[in-house]
Design a protein. Structure first.
Length: 381
């Protein structure tokens, strides 16, 4: 993996998560996630490791429900925003912890063209298609099973999306495997195939708050993102213009550690248009390669919880919960207010179908999309 230079990683300061003093029990149960939707059953899966991390998942939208992680004193907290039952996920905001596809992020004018044919998509973000529409992968029930891997316990989830669903061509087969590794990483492996050419961009829309979900904003978290450039946007629709913008030395530069709230109100036009951070950061790596490299890190100083993100993807969408407004009531019973969570959505660039200078996202018959992202948890004393 790429060496992490100039980050908060100082020898001897980071330790693996130690096991909690007693067995930790979530505030919800497996029964809260059991339901039949369109003839398919939903349920809850639990992954544990010896490092003290516990992860819960549901096959409804292939969602990460919770990650329970200890702080520097061994106190466990759920650091993922979401709900306590399948009914609340169905009724509420679908994106929390969900796999997004077939195409994550924005597609301008809710359409793209392949081989001279125009495909029309749901229009749900002004004139754009955002995250493939209001239904998409995050409201589908996956087939799922628990498996054991060399890296640790895992859940494998599979979904078939028929030709034309939400406007996307091809009979599409998707497999998402969540693995809780021995070194406290939540590894997400994506695979996809199609029998017609189709644009693909898979990610997970998980929101983090290392204080604990529902325990305040993320403005005091310390962030690093290994990116010198972003895809510039023209206005509040956040559609890329095609320009690759150098952000070094600006309020968007996180190549060295910065507290998120320190510069989020900067008058920089890109930040004003987005109402904060909501941008595609181009990682400092081979953009056409598939090397696993460091993407970002996040530290909550009071608890000492520290998370690193590694990915094979070329970019990451940094989003600071600018549209959270208190209408969602979380697992603790507290509202999710403005900037109460942060997303690090590893991805290809938004609106790639309209920008030939962006890395290719067209998946053709006979090809297999493969992508891996790891969120690794530890503690800084």
């Amino acid at each position: 993996m790429k060496k992490l230079v100039g980050l908060l990683v100082i020898a001897g300061m980071i330790v693996s998560c130690s096991a909690p003093k007693k067995e930790f029990t979530p505030s919800y149960s497996k029964a809260d996630f059991e339901k039949e939707i369109d003839g398919k059953k939903t349920t809850l899966f639990t992954l544990k490791n010896e490092g003290g991390i516990m992860v819960t998942l549901t096959n409804y939208g292939a969602k990460i429900v919770s990650v329970f992680a200890p702080d520097k004193n061994g106190t466990m907290e759920d650091v993922i925003l979401g709900y306590t039952s399948i009914d609340k996920y169905i009724a509420g905001e679908a994106g929390f912890g969900a796999v997004v596809g077939p195409y994550a992020n924005r597609i301008a004018n809710a359409q793209f063209e392949i081989d001279g044919k125009v495909y029309h998509l749901p229009q749900n973000n002004m004139q754009a298609c955002l995250h493939s529409g209001l239904e998409s992968f995050y409201r589908q029930v996956y087939d799922a099973k628990e498996i054991q891997t060399a890296d640790g316990p895992a859940v494998e989830m599979t979904l078939t999306s028929p030709d034309g669903q939400w406007g996307f061509p091809g009979n599409k087969n998707v497999k998402v495997t969540y693995t809780l590794t021995k070194d406290n990483g939540l590894k997400i492996d994506y695979e996809a195939t199609t029998d017609k050419s189709c644009y693909f961009n898979l990610t997970n829309h998980v929101y983090f708050n290392l204080k604990g979900e529902g325990m305040g904003d993320i403005l005091d978290h310390v962030l690093v993102v290994d990116a010198n450039f972003t895809t510039a946007v023209a206005d509040s629709q956040l559609i890329p213009t095609g320009e690759i913008m150098d952000i070094r030395g600006t309020a968007m530069d996180f190549t060295t550690p910065h507290v998120i709230g320190q510069r989020i109100g900067d008058p920089m036009s890109q930040l004003r248009m987005a109402g904060g951070y909501d941008h595609n950061y181009i990682l400092n790596k081979d953009q056409s390669g598939k090397q696993m490299t460091f993407c970002a890190s996040l530290l909550e100083p009071a608890s000492g919880r520290f998370m690193e993100c590694f990915t094979t993807e070329p970019a990451v969408q940094l989003y600071t919960g600018n549209f959270l407004n208190g209408t969602v009531i979380g697992k603790r019973g507290n509202p999710y207010n403005y900037r109460n969570g942060i997303c690090l959505e590893t991805q290809h660039y938004p609106d790639s179908p309209h920008h030939p200078n962006f890395p290719n996202t067209l998946l053709k018959p006979g090809e297999t999309l493969k992508s891996t992202t790891i969120y690794k948890f530890s503690v800084k004393k």
